[in-house]
Design a protein around this ligand. Structure first.
Ligand code: ARG
Length: 533
């Protein structure tokens, strides 16, 4: 914003108004590079680690040929990238110097007041037109900026009610009380629950979630519900299963209701003649056609084709920067710290799927990114809410080697020390280079209480984080694994439980890996998929 203001100031002082507006609009498409470059430099210069936890540690791995010249088409009007950049591995408390941009004094003294420039009448008219144009363009630019600001307001502070512009807090969504002007917040409250994907609908009368009785159900309802959840073009199956959630009452379809909205046909009932409820799968996720998973990341093993088909490598200018996980043909989950400015711009990224060796990922090929959505509450200092989404320009075609992982349903109930798997092209030892081949390793979840203990991360672990690894060290994710998956197998399905986020060093005793807790973000993910379809 500061940069834009400065630019605008200089612009009005020295350029034509329409050029200025055009330039400003162009500029607003790109991140403020000069600021960001400063930030990166600062991050890289952050001091060595004091012995009190992860604060100042940044052993960001540094590949040799980082940021080669921008490809043609990349914004050239902006300073080139720094030679070296790696998303910071740990919460950073590097002092953030407010970049002070000294605004040159812009003399707005009207040039027409006197002197030779405005001596003639026609020149006066010209000057006046110019001034008027400048004022109008200024107003237009302010309006654009204001609109952008308002737009981002909703994504920061809440969810928008349809397209009404009203924002409500996410906690008010599906709580049984209507907050939106046309009740959009209580309209289509559905979720898939537990390991068997039981479809549940929120009953505003009872203020609780209930499974949908299979009576009168058909796949078309399933398609509609999947669409509403954010799966724009995918539907896998819906079947009747015996309820395992212990429900005593159901949502039933009123089959005589005629051609009305699915949600309007539902009513609450204690009776369900089929005695089965709907299990809904919107996408064939979490399955691998082959899995030769062996036990070597730090302390892992190289992966075989199709072992981790959801794993993607995210490149910036031909270099692996972060990992990611495929959740639909169009959406990839990664870490927010991977896409901090200037890397929040989708045009810098390319995703590679179904390839194990970095040497087979060619610069220029791969999947282009259309959109990068970082969690609005991501905190770069504490790494809280370290999750982001990338939307591909062209959807993936699923094969044995390219498949989605399942987003965790509420009610999954994992063991406190559930065995999980991590995978990625990160360093195989602390301060090492990224790996040429995809590695994977088994780690176990570590309970928050133990991970937050004084000897481990001393209360740095928030509910939006989950720890996994071994307190004795030796096996862990490391630099370059960020954004990649922490998955677990439950009920024959692989679930995305975590997103590789941070750790103090790699594989050190009492310093396990910390992952973004995907379960707390499933709602947010679906909401983004829905809103950006
Ligand atoms: N922040 C790192 C990255 O950007 C991931 C670090 C994980 N560290 C760990 N000890 N598990 O790749």
């Amino acid at each position: 914003m500061k940069w834009a203001q400065l630019w605008w100031g200089l612009c009005v002082a020295g350029g034509s108004a329409s050029d200025c507006l055009q330039g400003l609009l162009e500029l607003s498409k790109y991140p403020a590079l000069p600021d960001a470059v400063g930030k990166i430099r600062m991050a890289l210069n952050s001091g060595p680690s004091p012995d009190v936890g992860p604060y100042y540690e940044n052993h960001g791995y540094q590949p040799e040929n980082f940021y080669p010249p921008l490809p043609p088409g990349a914004p050239s009007a902006y300073p080139a990238y720094p030679d070296v950049y790696y998303p910071s591995p740990v919460p950073q408390y590097a002092p953030r110097v407010v970049t002070h941009v000294s605004t040159p004094v812009v003399h707005l003294q009207p040039k027409c007041s006197s002197g030779p420039v405005c001596s003639s009448r026609s020149k006066k008219v010209l000057c006046l037109t110019f001034a008027l144009g400048a004022v109008l363009a200024g107003a237009a630019a302010t309006a654009v900026l204001l609109w952008k600001f308002m737009e981002s307001q909703c994504s920061v502070s809440g969810i928008e009610c349809g397209s009404s512009g009203t924002c409500i807090s996410p906690s008010h969504w599906c709580d049984g009380i209507s907050h939106c002007p046309s009740g959009e917040d209580e309209n289509r409250c559905v979720r898939l629950y537990g390991p068997s994907f039981i479809l549940q609908v929120y009953s505003s009368q009872r203020k609780s979630w209930h499974p949908v009785c299979r009576d009168a159900w058909n796949d078309n309802y399933g398609r509609a519900v999947c669409r509403d959840m954010g799966y724009t073009s995918s539907f896998y199956s819906s079947q009747g299963v015996v309820d395992d959630t212990g429900a005593t009452s159901f949502m039933r379809l009123n089959s005589s209701a005629g051609n009305v909205d699915f949600y309007k046909k539902l009513y609450h009932s204690d009776f369900c003649s089929s005695k089965t409820v709907v299990a809904l799968r919107c996408i064939d996720c979490g399955v691998t056609t082959q899995n030769s998973i062996q036990n070597r990341i730090v302390g892992g093993n190289s992966a075989a084709p199709g072992d981790w088909p959801w794993q993607v490598s995210l490149h910036v200018q031909g270099v692996h920067v972060c990992g990611g996980s495929i959740v639909t043909a169009e959406w990839i989950v990664t870490a927010a710290h991977c896409v901090e400015a200037p890397l929040s711009n989708p045009r810098y990224w390319t995703a590679f799927a179904g390839i194990l060796q970095q040497s087979y990922m060619f610069y220029g090929s791969g999947y282009k990114i259309e959109k990068v959505i970082s969690h609005p509450s991501y905190d770069s200092k504490t790494k809280n809410n370290d999750i982001a989404l990338m939307k591909l320009q062209v959807p993936l075609t699923f094969t044995d080697k390219i498949r989605p992982v399942c987003l965790p349903n509420p009610g999954l109930k994992l063991e406190p020390t559930q065995p999980c798997w991590i995978s990625g092209w990160g360093s195989t030892y602390e301060k090492g280079k990224t790996s040429v081949v995809l590695n994977a390793a088994m780690v176990t979840l570590i309970e928050p209480l133990s991970c937050n203990s004084r000897s481990v991360y001393n209360n740095l672990i928030t509910p939006a984080m989950v720890c996994a690894g071994y307190l004795e060290g030796n096996i862990d994710s490391c630099q370059g694994d960020s954004g990649g998956p922490l998955v677990t197998l439950k009920s024959s399905v692989w679930w995305l439980i975590g997103v590789t986020s941070w750790g103090s060093g790699c594989a050190k005793p009492n310093r396990p890996g910390v992952y973004g807790n995907v379960t707390v973000f499933t709602d947010w993910i679906y909401r983004q998929m829905r809103a950006n379809s």
